[in-house]
Design a protein around this ligand. Sequence first.
Ligand code: SF4
Length: 312
Amino acid sequence: MESPYFNKRTTRSSGIGKVKVENEQLPLKKSANGTTQKPFSRKRKVEVKYEETMVEQPQNVKQEPSVWEPPMWREQLKNIYSMRKFRNAAVDSMGCDVISDTLASPEVYRYQVLLSLMLSSQTKDQITSAAMEKLREHGCSIDNILQTSDKVLGELIYPVGFWKKKVEYIKRTSKILQEEYNGDIPDTVEKLCKLPGVGPKMAYLVMKCAWNQIVGIGVDTHVHRISNRLGWVKKPTKQPEDTRKELQDWLPREYWRDIDELLVGFGQQTCLPVGPKCYECLNKEICPVGKSNKKMPSSKKTKKEEMKEETE
Ligand code: SF4
């Protein structure tokens, strides 16, 4: 017997599961000649159901969080911001962006940022800053540096670490910039790293300070050391490059701009390369190194320790 209801059901498959579309049950109409007619249209009531997909979970397998992060990093970082609130470390007044001439043309400013970073490796900020001051007085543009003899350039940058090697790097780099980059510096990390004497740490800092682009974290010895002490790497890392990759894996991008300067200053004032001042550090209870190193260090440093501090 014909049902007095028009009750059409359709089932469609979707990528997620099956979707059921059900028309509203409408009474059939009788026409004047006595035949029944299906209704033409009415608002449809649509019920969408997703079939649950049963995924079998393997037994006894621990679910790892998709992105690893150090358990205490937020608190540790907050403490470092607190300890660095005065921003009065050497890096704050002698960073590459501060000791370059902001009033020069953009190309010259960018060149000076690159040069100051080349000078800064294995060199204290005070010595780098003094060398940049002499270079700027001399005239620190690509053309002028290329016209300067190696001997005079060496005298200008002395006593930065490895000054003889750096004279060679500066000369070769300046020539490449003049010939291949129309007197400017490259604007990618890859191209910057191809310049003589320029490594990834410098390249990421050049991108930030010269081009105002945050494409990675500049990891120097301070950032590398502190990240390892705080447990900000899954396993101890040997090279700053390994530390950079680990940090970039979990540290939210909003901190990338500030993290190098923040940690460098912290490393210059508190978390020293040798004899870190754990006894006065706000992180001493939540830092693996600080927990076992809260005592005041001996004031007498060995010659080796002094030399290590000199170069970091
Ligand atoms: S507790 Fe010591 S090792 Fe840890 S971050 Fe502070 S100064 Fe550095």
